[in-house]
Unconditional design. Structure first.
Length: 304
């Protein structure tokens, strides 16, 4: 994808974002005008009960940006506090693999109430997604962590056939793994994603594709291992990150979606997003990058 096409894609995303905000405001205003009497009673009833939400424990590799997701969730709940009542966010004390997190949320026993992750057909069948892209498409663009001494090797990559001569590292349970396998890209996987940085440094594979929102902080955390950000290539495939809740927890999903849309409308969503240095850096990279973009095919059509 050329730089011009990326900019066109971003302009389309911004326009779509603005139209959705205007539409939401119009619908919300109409509903308020028609239901003001009943809403007051419902809000009072909700406000009398405190909401407790338990989130996953942040991964060590994501500390540079991981707090953003909890902050965004808190922001959404704050925006609906007057109408829906008080809340309390808590982190789980337990560490889970990706599949275990999904299983706990599907069980719905409140060990975990919500997760944030890349979407997939399977995840949308098992869980209830809140379909607002919470990293604004940056997860759909991937650049590589590599060993410093291997940069010239990647300068020889000009297409997917060239890339297939190298091995990528991926989490065994990630939707990205299925996408890369379907594009015949050789992989080495690990159940615990934190292990992949050491495995890359230890020459177990050649590159570790990371989202444009996360790679900058991760490289800083692993610089002493000789890892750098490859400077010439970028993968693209739709991989939005959503909040997910248990399918039966429609009230929580509704509250979070309403809160996110209010935050989109008043600018606080965007303010929080660009307060994260890695997110700002990733957005600028997407706008101004001269990297060659390699498109991957996926059978899960969705907007970034």
């Amino acid at each position: 994808m050329s730089s011009a096409m990326r900019i066109k894609h971003l302009i389309f995303s911004v326009l779509s974002y603005s139209l959705s905000v205007l539409l939401y405001a119009s619908i919300a205003g109409s509903c308020y005008a028609q239901q003001s009497g009943s809403t007051a009673n419902a809000s009072y009833s909700k406000a009398s009960q405190k909401l407790y939400v338990t989130t996953p424990q942040p991964e060590k590799s994501s500390l540079a940006h991981g707090q953003y997701f909890s902050k965004l969730l808190e922001l959404a709940l704050q925006k609906t506090q007057a109408t829906d009542g008080d809340f309390e966010l808590r982190h789980s004390n337990d560490s889970y693999t990706s599949n275990r997190l999904l299983a706990e949320l599907v069980r719905g026993e409140n060990a975990i109430n919500i997760i944030w992750t890349s979407t997939s057909k399977e995840r949308e069948q098992l869980l209830l997604p809140i379909k607002i892209s919470i990293v604004r498409g940056l997860n759909s663009y991937r650049v590589f962590l590599i060993r410093k001494e291997d940069q010239e090797k990647f300068h020889s990559v000009h297409n997917l056939n060239d890339l297939r001569k190298l091995q990528a590292g991926q989490g065994a349970q990630w939707p990205d793994t299925a996408v890369m396998m379907s594009n015949n890209l050789p992989l080495v996987t690990a159940a615990q994603s934190d292990l992949l940085f050491d495995m890359l440094a230890g020459r177990r594979f050649d590159y570790f594709p990371r989202g444009l929102y996360e790679v900058w902080g991760e490289q800083e955390l692993n610089a002493e291992k000789g890892l750098i950000i490859e400077d010439s290539l970028m993968l693209h495939y739709p991989a939005p990150i959503y909040f997910f809740v248990n399918k039966k927890n429609t009230a929580l999903a509704d509250r979070i979606e309403r809160g996110l849309r209010i935050a989109m409308q008043d600018g606080s969503f965007e303010l929080l997003f660009f307060s994260v240095p890695g997110f700002k850096r990733g957005y600028e990279e997407l706008l101004h990058s001269s990297r060659q973009t390699l498109e991957l095919k996926t059978d899960f059509p969705t907007q970034d």
